[in-house]
Design a protein around this ligand. Structure first.
Ligand SMILES: *Cc1c(COP(=O)(O)O)cnc(C)c1O
Length: 232
């Protein structure tokens, strides 16, 4: 995995230079869904501390097991509102906020009386609003017309910091074209909230296009971890 991680880091640096961007402004999140905690521990040893998960129970179990390694947990999957308070016990970032009811649930404090796992919870939770880049809303995200109203709710919510936008490139379209629409949405959002300038985009197959389109947070799974065990 060390070799894959350094190859990905080199590819990211190359793509940044081709886009005349500073690689230092990019955050790489290793997406470790379905992978065992032992793999996440290996990543931590390699200095890869930003990790992403897409299922609450799996993420929470890993966060408990790996507490103390300084990992920063990014939640990137679809989230039920009734899991939001528990998520705040371990997650530092949520990339997949796509409805107002979820904003309200996340703004509530972590479960009273329960220990926080690691450092988050004392800090504001970093939030990305997820934009749908296709008419098929099955992969999550709000339609472009609803993005600003959702962002305004995040801005008004105590304990949440709006960082920017997130999207997954749709199947069947060139990622560069889809990411151009994400970039436009980001430009629109920044007129409303200048500090919310982050763009979470780019996976193993399309991070170069995402970097060219201005992505600041890359969510990369298999290119770093190798193939995933079968979904359960
Ligand atoms: C799984 C996942 C990724 C990483 O995908 P890879 O193709 O393995 O790089 C990124 N973002 C989200 C939302 C995911 O669910």
């Amino acid at each position: 995995m060390a070799a894959r991680l350094s190859a990905v880091r080199a590819d990211i640096a190359d793509a940044a230079r081709s886009a005349r961007r500073d690689p230092a402004e990019l955050t790489t999140i290793a997406v470790t869904k379905f992978q065992p905690a032992s793999l996440v521990r290996e990543l931590a040893v390699l200095g890869q501390l930003d990790v992403g998960e897409n299922r609450h129970q799996e993420a929470q179990a890993k966060a408990v097991e790996l507490e103390g390694l300084g990992l920063r947990w990014h939640f990137v999957g679809q989230l039920q509102s009734n899991k939001a308070r528990q998520l705040r016990r371990y997650a530092s970032f949520v990339h997949s906020v796509d409805r107002i009811s979820l904003v309200e649930a996340l703004a509530a404090r972590p479960d009273d009386g329960k220990e926080l796992i690691g450092a988050p919870g004392r800090e504001p939770l970093g939030v990305f609003v997820q934009l749908s880049l296709s008419d098929d809303l099955g992969r999550g995200g709000v339609p472009p017309a609803e993005l600003e109203a959702l962002a305004e709710r995040v801005l008004a919510a105590p304990g949440l910091v709006l960082l920017g936008v997130m999207a997954v490139a749709p199947l069947g379209e060139e990622p560069a074209r889809a990411f151009a629409r994400l970039r436009e949405a980001s430009d629109g959002l920044r007129r409303l909230a200048p500090a919310a300038n982050a763009i979470s985009a780019g996976m193993s197959g399309d991070f170069r296009e995402a970097i060219a389109a201005g992505a600041t947070h890359l969510r990369i799974g298999t290119a770093i971890t190798g193939s995933r065990p079968e979904a359960r």
